[in-house]
Design a protein around this ligand. Structure first.
Ligand code: UD1
Ligand code: CA
Length: 456
């Protein structure tokens, strides 16, 4: 069976009150449309077509990388009109699956169950029972319980409005039949639109059975029309991610205060994550890792037994086994730490590799540097890597000891086991095994008198 999936995504989304087309709004850092795309991509033998319209240029530009065909609907004259634009893009024998670009959490299982119901004698419709079906098309059934038509809220009689079974809008239809019915659509209704939903009544008239199925959870078929619904689906999505991680052996101190906006491509066991942690991009986390509260991690690799204390920012970094980071540390891109490295509070690291067992525990900026192993960098050390135009590297060899409050003016090399006296401004390479310091001599002025306030 060949599938053509048509994702309807031309609508404006007025109630988002946004310059951005609705389908580009995001859940977990991925656009609504991409969520639908990601799910559809898992269907076998499937070609994806996107009907777009509102915000056309921005949509195409933003989602240029998707493996789909783009079909422009210049005027949005209804869901039926939208599918009509795609009718040259599927063949008679295709199973045509209709999805909405603003219904982001639909599950593959639900779609697979739906598609099973399509044949030359049947059309498959996804419906949902709702406590409050306001705004939804209603599924009208005959005395024997067979679906006879879908009526839109605005066209429904008072009796039809009491129906709780709503149309999700998601359906699957055999290509040849869909083409035939699309040709017959009119717009003689309350909204003057071409309703895709009218194909249901046409199917019944042609003796085609309408087979309905339901999603496991209502959240799967909820659309985003405003920012309240967007935030609801964000939380639904996040709780699903959290539950998945807990099932894999991660302890989340509070699953309601955890956000995964990306993926964890490699996940160890006995990871403990405290509250308000945000993981973005692609991360890898080893065994027995602890991540403290209020920590943000992006595109990073964290090896086994790493302890990240509260309030750290870790961005495009690699942290070796047994290292200890934070609290209040910032690892910027291209920070590469080997095993047992300690980075303490108010330390910023950028484009720097640090070999094993080195320590930078307090108040330092180390950028564009290569730090050897067993190096101890004292509080307040700064690599002066930038002259306003160019960046220069600092090399600190194995076993060096940098006294507190030192500035290392790059390019500069601190030799193996060298010691730098506290408060030094180091402008020249410092030899190995020696003490180097640059410091004004301490003097005491014995005759000095402290000024005294005059009594009035
Ligand atoms: C539609 C259904 C309704 C169903 C509801 C579920 C019809 C006539 N009605 O109503 O039965 O209960 O969805 O949410 O189908 N779109 C286009 N081009 C258009 C019009 C819409 O691409 O010309 C897209 C929208 O961007 C959106 C989707 O189709 O993704 C649904 O459109 P919307 O206007 O939200 O349909 P509803 O009136 O809510
Ligand atoms: Ca809608």
């Amino acid at each position: 069976m060949k599938i053509t999936t048509i994702i309807l995504a031309a609508g404006k989304g007025t109630r988002m009150c946004s310059q951005l087309p609705k389908i580009l709004h995001q859940i977990a850092n991925r656009s609504l449309l991409e969520h639908v795309y990601d799910m559809s991509k898992q269907l076998e033998n499937n070609a994806i077509k996107i009907v777009y319209g509102h915000g056309a240029d921005l949509v195409r530009e933003t989602l240029n990388d998707l493996d789909v065909s783009w079909i422009e609907q210049k005027q949005q004259l209804g869901t039926g009109h939208a599918v009509q634009q795609a009718s040259a893009h599927f063949t008679d024998s295709d199973t045509v699956l209709i999805l909405y670009g603003d219904v982001p959490l639909l599950k593959l299982n639900t779609v697979n169950a739906l598609i099973k119901n399509v044949s030359e004698q049947s059309i498959a419709l996804l419906t949902v029972n709702l406590d409050d079906p306001t705004g939804y098309g209603r599924i009208v059934r005959d005395a024997s319980g067979q679906v006879s038509k879908i009526v839109e809220q605005k066209d429904a009689t008072a009796a039809e409005q009491l129906i709780k079974e709503g149309n999700t809008g998601i359906m699957a239809v055999q290509g040849q039949q869909l083409k035939k019915w699309l040709n017959q659509l009119g717009n003689n209704n309350a909204q003057g639109e071409y309703y895709l939903t009218d194909v249901i009544e046409m199917a019944v008239a042609d003796g085609i059975a309408v087979i309905t199925s339901q999603p496991e959870s209502v959240d799967e078929v909820l659309g985003v029309n405003n920012r309240i619904q967007l935030s609801h689906l964000e939380r639904v999505y996040q709780l699903e991610r959290a539950n998945y991680l807990m099932e894999q052996g991660v302890t989340l101190m509070d699953p309601a205060r955890f956000d995964l906006r990306g993926s964890i491509d490699s996940l160890g066991t006995d990871i403990i994550i405290d509250v308000n942690v945000i993981l973005e991009g692609k991360n890898s986390i080893g065994n027995n890792v602890r991540i403290g509260a209020n920590t943000y991690i992006n595109n990073s690799i964290i090896a086994d037994n790493v302890d990240i204390l509260a309030n750290c920012i870790i961005d495009n970094a690699i942290i070796g086994q047994g290292s200890k980071i934070g609290p209040f540390a910032r690892l910027r891109p291209e920070s590469v730490l080997a095993e047992q490295v300690h980075i303490g509070n108010f330390v910023e690291i950028k484009k720097t590799t640090i070999a094993s067992a080195s320590k930078i525990n307090h108040l330092s900026y180390i950028g564009d540097a290569t730090v050897g192993s067993r190096v101890n960098i004292g509080a307040g050390t700064i690599t002066c890597n930038y002259d306003g135009v160019n960046k220069f590297r600092t090399i600190i060899e194995d076993g060096a000891f940098i006294g507190s409050d030192s500035q290392l003016i790059a390019p500069v090399t601190i030799g193996k086991n060298a010691t730098i006296g506290a408060g030094s401004t180091i402008t020249k390479d410092s030899p190995e095994n020696q003490l180097t310091l640059s410091r004004a001599k301490q003097i005491t002025i014995t005759s000095w008198q402290r000024p005294v306030k005059q009594e009035k």
